[in-house]
Design a protein around this ligand. Structure first.
Ligand SMILES: C[S@@+](CC[C@H](N)C(=O)[O-])C[C@H]1O[C@@H](n2cnc3c(N)ncnc32)[C@H](O)[C@@H]1O
Length: 291
């Protein structure tokens, strides 16, 4: 039944819920600030629901019932901070992830870049793989460029430089190794041209590895890269809030040369590409060009 007592109870219960939510949010903020102070990584830029889901996994694994209790656990168990960061930066990746996208880079984007360079009399190509995880993405790109450069022959002294960056130092270490248990190629490619057998797995050849330089870098920070021909940033923007995505896109815009290409993940897109300074090049494959 309604009435003044019922209304008061309902009001009090709503207020209690709101207070609990505020306390939870404050606890999360304290935990994230602690992470920033200890590890220098600002995860407050990530989508809250994503953070809550991933941190919740660690909280359940460690038997903590709220963020403050979990922060205390992190403080007392030095190994936990690394495990949490590892869980927050998911490194899922593979060679030539989304074959149609890499086929478009192979058959359209790279030939356009080479043609532009030939016309401008420069044989230097610069690309950036942002959020490169364990290296499969920049090595896939290196393989694609090698294919074209080999075909061009010795008369054209191509110089390729791919900068590959990620926040996760363990992923970068694995990437530098260049050893993989499983590899994948595009149709028409021969395994032995780009990989050598190495124990149970494969190692990328020196030719594929040499042009790739790996760096630990937060994508929110502008790297000293200019006049790039191509940026791959695939399956990274999805973790960020819209205003942070816009900030990252502005960095990309500054790093690309006019007409330079940007390739996003299949579930990512530039909304309002005019204002962002990018024009769609191949919508289905999420390829854009700096206008
Ligand atoms: C799902 S993987 C994508 C790997 C690859 N780009 C691909 O599409 O296969 C996401 C990567 O983004 C990286 N990452 C997440 N936040 C980052 C940040 N703030 N700065 C740089 N890299 C970040 C993660 O460490 C992870 O390696």
């Amino acid at each position: 039944m309604g009435g003044p007592t019922g209304e008061r109870d309902s009001f009090n219960s709503k207020k209690r819920q709101a207070d609990q939510t505020d306390a939870r949010e404050a606890g999360l903020d304290i935990l994230l600030r602690y992470l920033q102070a200890q590890a220098g990584l600002d995860f407050r830029q990530y989508k809250p629901n994503y953070l809550k889901r991933r941190i919740g996994v660690r909280m359940r694994a460690t038997g903590c019932s709220d963020y403050l209790q979990y922060r205390q656990f992190v403080r007392q168990n030095p190994g936990e901070i690394g495990r949490l960061i590892n869980d927050l930066t998911i490194n899922v990746t593979e060679f030539f992830r989304d074959v149609d996208v890499y086929e478009a880079i192979r058959s359209k984007v790279i030939p356009e870049i080479l043609e532009f360079k030939r016309k401008s009399g420069s044989f230097s190509i610069r690309a950036w793989s942002a959020g490169c995880a364990t290296g499969e993405e920049p090595y896939s790109l290196s393989i694609l460029f090698q294919e074209h450069i080999r075909r061009a022959g010795k008369e054209e002294p191509w110089m390729l430089r791919i900068t590959a960056t990620d926040l996760d130092d363990k992923a970068i270490m694995a990437a530098k190794e260049g050893h993989y248990e499983a590899v994948k190629l595009l149709p028409g490619m021969k395994l032995g041209d780009f990989f050598a057998r190495n124990g149970d797995g494969y190692r990328v050849t020196e030719e594929v590895k040499r042009p790739v330089r790996f760096l630990i870098l937060d994508i929110m920070r502008k790297p000293p890269l200019r006049h790039l021909d191509l940026i791959l940033c695939r399956n990274v923007l999805i973790y960020f809030e819209k205003d942070k995505q816009e900030h990252i896109l502005r960095i990309f815009h500054q790093c690309l040369r006019p007409g330079g290409f940007l390739v996003l993940g299949k579930s990512e897109a530039i909304v309002g590409s005019k204002e962002s300074g990018f024009a769609p090049y191949s919508r289905k494959e999420r390829i854009y060009r700096k206008a």
